[in-house]
Design a protein around this ligand. Structure first.
Ligand code: NAX
Ligand code: K
Length: 507
């Protein structure tokens, strides 16, 4: 799993490496500039063969320093380059000052950035390099916000002009991805060493365009409290070899009243396909006929309310529970959740099981235990954690989705998975992981009715097989997107479990 860093974590890594002589800041800056230069030509090979005109926007910090390196490399490659500078490199940006001086010494063209300079310089240019701000960015305001806005308008009018952001699109917070004052709308963002949270959260993905992450010679030092990017599970981890069906656990999915069983059945199908040895759907007696008509490999039990559920749970082989999909919002749902949580078994709570506790979230959190996984979408999250959702959304706070989710997991006392194009999963104590369905891994067709129910089933199936909550949720979310991408557009939720065998074969 790769780390995704905040600006502060990135700076701390650089400082630690430099302090012990494992990196040198001027060398890093040269490598950063070179990485952008190379990535531009890898992305658009036609620009490599035919040097044209480039405009480089340089800020006053080290991001601007990278810009001066890129300006020099482009000019040496035969490009006509003009720098538009927002201030001169100041204190704490010695390498940037050195590279700015080198640019001026080689006779490089430069003038102050303002609206008029943009209007003159951009028309007819093939490239605009955004090296205004990187990990040190604050929200844009005043003239600068207006100029960046103008830049985006001019770039949209100049069809062929490509905007390349250095490290981050200027205006986007490296930590939260928020850009309350607007941001450069890039075609390509080249990030250094590790991707930053801002590339995946809030306004970041839309501003970044495509994302490439390049090494710049920093050692692979671990960063203890970083958000981890979820990697593909290994076949050894996931695949059945041999054994008795009870060795692979028994997942129990609760279904709701007649006419609402589809969601639970899809979750059950997901649990079965992901490898739970046995899967049972338990439903009210009056919904048995409906479910029986639709289930084959999945077993079915009619139960009489919470007491019937309690009786069923006397079977200790039921190794994971799933409550929520299609369960209904009546009082009985709260009672069923209480019975499930008192049983102390690994449990997924989703959909109606979460919404039912909207006005009494504390009661849910009191009952929840560390083997639970809550899987809210944005709206369900906001109903359970209204204050955290507000902080997360509020452009004036630097609270990121990851910060908010870590607090949510601590408050709930269990693993919480917040769905989205970047799905985040946090467990109490600070572990936080991110799964990206953005950029090259996008699967917009996954936003289809019932997809969340299947995800709950995937997690339940893995919990039943003995995966720890954070790992069950991580593997499930990765496989869920992989199934969607494997199927492609036209996907409906029922297709997702049926893609698992093909996805397993690729691992
Ligand atoms: N050794 C290093 O530190 C390296 C740094 N690198 C680059 O340096 C960047 C980080 O450099 P810095 O820490 O100097 O930070 P930045 O260059 O991102 O920005 C800091 C400067 O911009 C100003 N600023 C930020 N937002 C502003 C706003 N909205 N309006 C007006 N002024 C604003 C700040 O006052 C400060 O002067 C990275 O993103 C990366 O591009 C790379 O060269 C690799 C090596
Ligand atoms: K930038």
């Amino acid at each position: 799993m790769a780390e995704i860093l905040t600006g502060g974590q990135m700076m701390a890594l650089e400082r630690a490496a430099m302090a012990r002589g494992a990196a040198e800041s001027g060398v890093l800056m040269d490598a950063a500039g070179r990485a952008v230069f190379d990535t531009i030509f890898e992305t658009w090979p036609e620009l490599h063969a035919a040097p044209q005109r480039a405009v480089v926007l340089c800020g006053p910090g080290n991001n601007g320093g990278d810009g001066y390196v890129i300006a020099r490399l482009l000019r040496e490659w035969g490009w006509e380059v003009e720098v538009l500078a927002f201030g001169a490199p100041g204190d704490g940006a010695a390498d940037a000052a050195r590279n700015a001086a080198r640019w001026h010494d080689m006779g490089g063209a430069s003038r102050a950035l303002d609206g008029g300079a943009l209007e003159e310089a951009l028309p007819g240019a093939a490239l605009c390099i955004d090296a205004l701000f990187g990990t040190g960015a604050r929200a844009l305001s005043g003239d600068l916000a207006a100029w960046v806005d103008r830049l985006n308008v001019l770039a949209a009018a100049e069809g062929a002009l490509k905007i390349v952001a250095v490290d981050l699109p200027s205006g986007v917070s490296a930590d939260s991805g928020k850009a309350p004052g607007g941001a450069v709308a890039a075609d390509l963002t080249v990030s250094f060493h590790r991707a930053k949270l801002g590339h995946y959260l809030a306004d970041g993905p839309a501003a970044a365009g495509a994302l490439r992450d390049c090494p710049i010679g920093l050692p692979d030092d671990p960063c203890a409290d970083a958000v981890m990017r979820i990697a593909p599970p290994t076949a050894a981890d996931l695949l059945k070899t041999s054994g008795h069906k009870y060795d692979y656990g028994h997942a129990l999915i609760l279904a709701g009243p007649p006419g609402q069983g589809g969601a639970a059945r899809m979750a059950a199908r997901g649990a079965l396909r992901i490898g739970a040895g046995l899967v049972t759907v338990a439903c009210p007696q009056r919904a048995v006929y409906e479910n029986a008509a639709q289930l084959d490999a999945i077993m079915l039990r009619g139960i009489d309310g919470p007491s019937g559920f309690e009786e069923l749970l006397e079977d200790a082989r039921l190794s994971a529970l799933c409550l929520g999909p299609g369960l209904g919002l009546g009082a009985i749902t709260a009672q069923l959740v209480r019975v499930a949580l008192e049983a102390g078994r690994p449990t997924v709570l989703d959909a109606d099981a979460l919404t039912r506790f909207s006005r009494e979230a504390e009661r849910l959190f009191d009952m929840a235990h560390p083997d639970c996984v809550l899987t809210p979408h944005e709206g369900e999250f906001a109903r359970l954690f209204p204050d955290l959702a507000e902080e997360m959304r509020d452009a004036a706070t630097e609270t990121s989705r990851a910060d908010a989710l870590r607090k949510a997991a601590d408050r709930a006392g269990c693993t919480v998975l917040l769905k989205g194009p970047a799905t985040l999963i946090a467990s109490p104590g600070g572990d936080c992981r991110l799964h990206s369905a953005l950029y090259d891994e996008a699967a917009p067709w996954l936003a289809t009715a019932g997809a969340g129910d299947v995800l709950s089933g995937f997690i339940t199936g893995l919990l039943a097989r003995g995966f720890a909550p954070l790992d069950a949720a991580s593997n499930a979310v990765w496989l869920h997107t992989a199934c969607a991408r494997n199927f492609g557009p036209g996907l409906i939720a029922e297709d997702l479990p049926e893609q698992l065998p093909a996805v397993f074969r690729t691992l």
